[in-house]
Design a protein around this ligand. Structure first.
Ligand code: KG4
Ligand code: ZN
Length: 348
């Protein structure tokens, strides 16, 4: 089955074609980062308008580049939520309409399920069951995954998501959006051990997270440095960036270790934009080795938003018989544990 996937939930237009027999046949990504950077963050209305401009021409281009006829597409998958409602509606309206015009089935995909399944696109995909750490701009969740659509939430952030904390700290450091990669780059110049920030909620049981206190800690540290007679230096900022990144990474490592131990599972996957972070990957790699477990993640371009993960997730659901009605639906909020399991769809 050959599936066209569309991702338009935020500030990236992602298009991909995934084939159940041959794998990923092609993908294209257009990032709106430069457009939003002027404002220091995503402006939803501008995002929607840009998706309208880009999505259809990108589909045409990808089909032409890969020499794939529209008539050979067997199904369409689009991100139906969670995300910015206007941006989601562009992909949902276009995906649903194309499916009707081409007389093929359509399926609305959950954006975080797309992220969660992105490591499946790699050469050595994980087998079920596993623990998933989802770390993006809007979500920080630990999930026990028995199969597609069989998700048990183990813990989540009570306030800011990990990516959101990176983005806010970036702003405090005078770095532009998206902040995660910029904070990570600045941290490579940092002096190890100069500052040690708290690892929130690690000294009590449970698998929930909280990153807003850490953010305040950064703000106070920066205020102290700025108030010093000699002012704040570039080295000071790099040292703060490193201490912040280490605190986030260590917190995530401690909670992932606990999730593996509590669940008795031996595989950990990480997904979402923050899973592209090299310090996080290294920290988790060391932890899983000590736990005699395995770590899986997608290549960096499939950690952040992309069409390939939506085409893959949609393909699995279409193969199991899931079908969207004719209505065009998008859900800005959508708990992942309400998704039907593949097992229940195929009646196994
Ligand atoms: O998954 P994603 O592309 O979009 C959402 O679904 O939110 O994640 C974007 C988030 C942003 O907060 C961005 O700053 C963060 O992922 N991010 C990173 C890195 N690359 C992206 N955070 C830390 N280190 C990175 N290398
Ligand atoms: Zn995302």
């Amino acid at each position: 089955m050959m599936v066209l996937g569309l991702e338009t939930s935020c500030d990236e237009t992602g298009i991909a074609i995934y084939d159940s027999e041959r794998g990923l046949l092609g993908d294209a990504l257009y990032s709106q980062v430069d457009m939003h950077a002027v404002y220091g963050g995503v402006i939803p209305e501008l995002a929607s308008r840009d998706h309208i401009r880009k999505t259809l021409p990108m589909i045409r281009q990808l089909l032409a580049d890969k020499n794939i006829a529209a008539t050979s597409i067997d199904g369409i998958a689009y991100t139906a939520g969670p995300g910015l409602i206007g941006a989601l509606l562009v992909g949902a309206a276009l995906g649903r309409s194309l499916a009707m015009a081409w007389n093929v089935p359509a399926v609305g995909v959950h954006h975080m399920e797309g992220h969660l399944l992105a490591p499946m696109l790699e050469a050595n995909p994980p087998e079920f069951p596993f623990v998933a750490l989802l770390v993006s701009g809007g979500h920080t969740q630990l999930v026990a995954v028995k199969g597609i659509g069989e998700y048990t939430l183990l813990g989540e952030s009570l306030d800011d998501a990990a990516g959101e904390a990176f983005d806010k700290v970036a702003k405090m450091l005078g770095l532009n959006y998206p902040g995660g990669p910029r904070v990570a780059a600045l941290a490579t110049q940092g002096t190890p051990g100069r500052f040690v920030f708290p690892r929130p909620m690690t000294n009590r049981p449970g698998l929930d997270f909280s990153f807003s206190g850490l953010k305040t800690f950064v703000r106070n540290t920066l205020a102290d440095l700025e108030g010093a007679p000699e002012g704040i230096s570039e080295q000071d900022k790099a040292d703060v960036a490193l201490a912040f990144e280490e605190a986030v990474v260590q917190t995530l490592v401690i909670k992932c270790r606990r999730a593996l131990q509590d669940s008795g599972l031996r595989r950990l996957i990480i997904a979402g934009g923050v899973s592209a972070n090299t310090r996080l990957r290294a920290g988790l790699e060391a932890m899983v080795q000590a736990q005699r477990s395995q770590l899986f993640y997608a290549q960096p371009r499939f950690c952040t938003d992309n069409g390939a993960m939506i085409a893959y997730a949609g393909c699995q659901r279409l193969l199991a018989g899931q079908r969207e009605g004719l209505a065009i639906n998008a859900r800005p909020r959508w708990p992942m544990d309400t998704l039907p399991s593949l097992k229940s769809l195929s009646g196994v």
